[in-house]
Design a protein around this ligand. Structure first.
Ligand code: GLC
Length: 752
C-alpha cells in the first residue's frame, strides 16, 4: 500500500463560490457557510455526488481571498484561513491572527489506498470534548475513538464504538474555542493525541473525502448554535414525551400493559407513556400485532388514552422472510431490500429469525416504510421506537459486499439508523395529520436531531453505568441532540433497591425520563421496591411533573439555539479546570438554572464542585458560594441539586399526566441574586404543529434585584396559556415574598 500525500498547489482559482486548489495528487475546495463556518473538502475525485445527510444549509459567496507567494489567504469577518501551497496545508486563525487550529506541518492530509487521514497540530494545553455517545472522560485528550454504529449489547463503560456516529468535536486551547465536523459516513477514527506520543491529533476514515466544516466562533454556545444551524435543530417534542415513561422488554399482553397503567393511577404516581417492546408483534413481524395477546390494540389504546397514557411501540428494520407477510412480499417485489452484488437478497438473523433489510437510503423505500405505520397509527399509536438500526444482525458486522442501492454496506452503515428514523418521522408525521409523532432511535448520525430522540442503548444496572450514562447524555448534548434518555434502572442485571431509588432521583433531570429493563430482569415499576422507596421514587417523578413548564421552555431553547437540556459544565465554565476533574465531570446544568450532581447509591455524602457564582441547594434553599468544592449530604431522598442565584424557574403543581389540565397555577420560582436575569417562558398545545403558525405563548420573565422588580414581558403568539394564575414564589428573600398571586401583571415590585 502506498502513502499518497496531498502535494503542492498547481493552480488556485475561484469557481462558483468556492476556492479550488489543485495539486497533482488531489483537489481541495473551500466554501464559506457563514463568517464563522468554513468547509474544506479534499478529494482525489470530485466526480461523485456531494450529498450530505447531515448538512441542510448552503454556502454563501461572502469572503475575500488573495494569492500571495506561498500561500492563499481567505478572510471572513471572523476568521482567516491560510492555505500554505507548498505543500498544501490548512491553518485557521481568528480575524486578528490567533491560531485556532492548524494542520500538522509535516503530514497534513494523506491517503493510504482509500483511507484518508488529516493530521493536526496539538497545542500544549489543548482539550477536546464531543463526539457524542463515546466512552471515556469529558476531556477526550489522550483518547482515541472509532465511529462504526454497533449493537453494543453488554457494553461496559469503556466500550468503543457504541451505537451512534457524531464526528463533531470541540477543541479548547489558549483561551480559544473551535469546532470541527468531519462529514464522512465511512467508518471513521479520531485520535486526540493518544497514539502519537502527544505530538499530533488526527482523524480520518476508511474511504470518502477529507470533508470537514470548521467552526471558529468563540464560546461553546456559539459553536453549538452554528453547528445546529448547519445540521438543523430539533422541533418541539410532544409534551407527553417529556412525562414519565414506563417501558419493559416486554409487557407481554394488552392486559399487562393496562394493569401497569392502572396501577400508576391507583397509586397516584404521575406517568404519561407506556411502551410495547417486540412481543406485541405477531412473530416479530413489523407492523403486526399478536392476535392472542393483543387482540384489540385499538381498545387497549383507547383505554390507555382514557387514563391519560400514550403508547409507544417498537419497530426494528429486519423484515421477516415469510410468504404470508405483506411487507415481506411487497419489499421483495419492489426491490426494497439490501442485496448481495449478484442481486440475491441479503439475509441475516435478528429477532424474527431470517430477515431482509430495507434500503432506507432510497427515498421510495423510506416512503413505503413511512406509509406502513398505518397498522400502528390506526389503532392510535403516536410514538415509534426505532431499534436495532445500526443495523444489527446476530453476528454483528454485515458482509462488506452487501449493497444498499449502489452503495456497499461500509459506506452507509453509519447513516442507516438515521435514515430509518427519518423515514419513520416523515411517514408518521404525514399519517398523524397534524399531530407531532414521537420518534426514538438507537443508531444515529449527525443531524438526527431533526427527526428523533435518542437513548443510549443497553446499559447495565450498576452505579458505574448510572454515572457513565449521564456523561453520555451530556456529551450527546454537544451534538445538537437534546431529547436524550438512558434506561433508568439499567437494562441488563438487577439494580439494588437503593440504586433504583437513586437513579430515579436523577431521572427528573434526564431529558427523556424512561424506565426500561431487559427480558428476565426483575420488574421495575416504582412500586416494586417496598413502601418507603416507592414514596421516594414517587416524589422524584412528581418533581419531574412540577418542573415541566421549565423543561418545556428549555426544549424551546434547544429548538432555537441548539443548546441541549443537559449541559456539561464545559459549555458555560469552559476555562475552569475543576469541571474536567474526573470527580466532578459528570455534573451538569439542567437548563439555565439547575446544577445536578449525580451520585452513586452507596454514599450519603459527596463532594460537589460548584463553579463560580452563588448557589442554593434545591429544596432547602441553603446558600453556598461557588468556585469551591463542598461536601454535602446526599441521602437517597435528596440528590444534590443546586439553583443558580437569580434563577427563574416556572413550575406547576402536581398533575398525574400532561393530559390533565391541573389547577391553572403557574408558579414562578425566583431565587434571590445580585444580577439581572431573564427567562424565556414558552408554551403551546404540546401536541400539534399549530405552534408553527404563531399559536404559542411566549414571554420573557425578568428579575432585576437592583430595582427589586419582576417583569413579565409582552406575550408573543396567540395561544391561550393553560395557566390562568401566576404565582411568584420567592427563595432566599428573607421570607418577604411568598406566593404573590398576580393577574397577568406586567411587573411586580417586591419588597425584601
Ligand atoms: C435491544 C434494545 C432494547 C430492547 C430489546 C428488545 O436490546 O436495545 O432496548 O428492549 O432490543 O427489543
Amino acid at each position: 500500500m502506498q502513502l499518497e500525500i496531498l502535494g503542492n498547489a498547481d493552480t488556485v482559482t475561484y469557481q462558483n463560490g468556492a476556492l479550488v486548489i489543485k495539486t497533482p495528487q488531489a483537489e481541495a475546495r473551500v466554501w464559506v457557510y457563514s463568517p464563522t463556518i468554513i468547509r474544506v473538502c479534499i478529494s482525489k475525485d470530485f466526480n461523485h455526488s456531494d450529498e450530505s445527510f447531515a448538512v441542510i444549509e448552503k454556502p454563501l459567496d461572502d469572503f475575500t481571498w488573495q494569492h500571495l507567494n506561498d500561500r492563499v489567504e481567505l478572510t471572513t469577518s471572523a476568521l482567516k484561513l491560510i492555505v500554505h501551497t507548498n505543500p498544501l496545508r490548512f491553518n485557521f486563525y481568528t480575524a486578528d491572527g490567533k491560531p485556532l487550529s492548524e494542520d500538522d506541518a509535516r503530514f497534513g492530509t494523506n491517503w493510504q489506498a482509500e483511507r484518508v487521514i488529516n493530521y493536526r497540530k496539538l497545542y500544549t494545553d489543548e482539550k477536546f470534548i464531543g463526539l457524542g455517545e463515546k466512552a471515556g472522560d469529558l476531556n477526550r485528550r489522550g483518547c482515541n475513538y472509532v465511529n462504526w454504529n454497533t449493537d453494543a449489547a453488554m457494553h461496559t463503560i469503556t466500550t468503543d464504538p457504541l451505537y451512534k456516529t457524531f464526528p463533531f468535536f470541540i477543541g479548547l486551547h489558549s483561551g480559544l474555542t473551535y469546532g470541527l465536523f468531519f462529514d464522512n459516513m465511512h467508518k471513521s477514527y479520531f485520535d486526540f493525541g493518544a497514539t502519537t506520543d502527544e505530538q499530533m491529533s488526527w482523524f480520518g476514515a476508511d474511504g470518502g473525502d477529507m470533508n470537514y466544516y470548521f467552526f471558529g466562533a468563540q464560546g461553546i454556545r456559539n459553536i453549538l448554535e452554528d453547528y445546529t444551524w448547519l445540521t438543523g435543530r430539533m422541533e418541539m417534542p410532544p409534551l407527553w414525551s417529556l412525562g414519565y415513561q414506563q417501558c419493559r422488554w416486554s409487557y407481554m399482553s394488552a392486559n399487562e400493559v393496562l394493569e401497569v397503567a392502572r396501577k400508576f393511577r391507583q397509586k397516584q404516581i404521575p406517568a404519561d407513556v407506556m411502551y410495547c417492546d417486540i412481543d406485541y408483534m405477531d412473530g416479530y413481524k413489523i407492523f403486526t400485532w399478536n392476535k392472542e395477546t393483543f387482540p384489540d390494540p385499538k381498545g387497549m389504546i383507547e383505554e390507555l388514552r382514557a387514563m391519560g397514557f400514550k403508547l409507544v411501540t417498537i419497530v426494528d428494520p429486519g423484515i421477516k422472510i415469510d410468504e404470508n407477510y405483506p411487507e415481506y412480499k411487497e419489499g421483495v417485489d419492489k426491490h426494497y431490500f439490501a442485496t448481495y452484488p449478484n442481486g440475491e437478497l441479503y439475509t441475516a438473523r435478528v429477532w424474527p429469525g431470517r430477515c431482509h433489510f430495507p434500503d432506507f437510503l432510497n427515498e421510495e423505500v423510506r416512503e413505503w416504510w413511512g406509509a406502513s405505520f398505518k397498522a400502528l397509527t390506526d389503532p392510535g399509536v403516536e410514538g415509534f421506537w426505532n431499534d436495532m438500526n445500526e443495523p444489527a444482525a446476530w453476528g454483528q458486522n454485515m458482509p462488506w459486499m452487501v449493497k444498499f442501492g449502489d452503495k456497499f454496506m461500509p459506506e452507509i452503515r453509519n447513516v442507516y439508523g438515521m435514515q430509518m428514523a427519518r423515514a419513520t418521522y416523515n411517514g408518521t408525521k404525514r399519517i398523524l395529520n397534524g399531530k407531532r409523532p414521537f420518534i426514538l432511535t438507537r443508531a444515529a448520525y449527525a443531524g438526527t436531531q431533526r427527526y428523533s430522540a435518542v437513548w443510549t442503548g443497553d446499559n447495565a444496572a450498576t452505579d458505574e453505568h448510572m454515572l457513565f450514562g449521564q456523561r453520555l447524555v451530556n456529551s450527546l448534548g454537544l451534538t445538537g441532540m437534546s431529547l436524550i434518555g438512558v434506561d433508568i434502572g439499567g437494562f441488563m442485571g438487577n439494580p439494588t433497591p437503593e440504586l433504583m431509588v437513586r437513579w430515579n432521583s436523577l431521572g427528573p433531570y434526564v431529558p427523556m425520563y424512561r424506565n426500561h429493563a431487559a427480558l428476565g430482569m426483575t420488574m421495575r415499576e416504582p412500586w416494586q421496591w417496598g413502601d418507603e422507596y416507592e414514596q421516594i421514587i414517587k416524589k422524584g417523578i412528581e418533581q419531574r411533573y412540577k418542573l415541566l413548564p421549565y423543561i418545556y421552555s428549555s426544549f424551546y431553547q434547544s429548538t432555537q439555539t441548539g443548546l441541549p437540556l443537559s449541559r456539561t459544565l464545559a459549555i458555560d465554565y469552559t476555562w475552569d479546570e475543576n469541571i474536567f476533574d474526573t470527580r466532578y465531570q459528570n455534573q451538569f446544568l439542567f437548563g439555565d438554572a439547575l446544577l445536578v450532581a449525580p451520585v452513586i447509591s452507596t454514599v450519603d455524602n459527596v463532594d460537589v464542585y460548584l463553579p463560580i457564582g452563588d448557589w442554593y441547594r434545591l429544596g432547602s434553599d441553603e446558600k453556598f458560594s461557588g468556585g469551591q468544592v463542598i461536601n454535602v449530604p446526599c441521602p437517597l431522598t435528596d440528590l444534590p441539586v443546586f439553583v443558580k442565584t437569580g434563577a427563574i424557574i416556572p413550575m406547576q403543581n402536581i398533575i398525574q399526566s400532561t393530559n390533565e389540565v391541573g389547577d391553572g397555577v403557574l408558579l414562578i420560582n425566583i431565587w434571590n441574586g445580585n444580577e439581572i436575569n431573564a427567562f424565556i417562558y414558552y408554551e403551546d398545545d404540546g401536541l400539534t404543529y399549530d405552534n408553527e403558525n404563531g399559536i404559542y405563548y411566549k414571554r420573557t420573565i425578568t428579575f432585576d434585584p437592583q430595582k427589586k422588580e419582576i417583569t413579565f414581558g409582552e406575550v408573543e403568539g396567540s395561544y391561550q396559556s393553560k395557566y390562568d394564575k401566576l404565582q411568584v414564589v420567592g427563595h432566599g428573600f428573607d421570607g418577604v415574598i411568598d406566593r404573590e398571586t398576580l393577574n397577568d401583571t406586567q411587573s411586580l415590585m417586591i419588597s425584601y
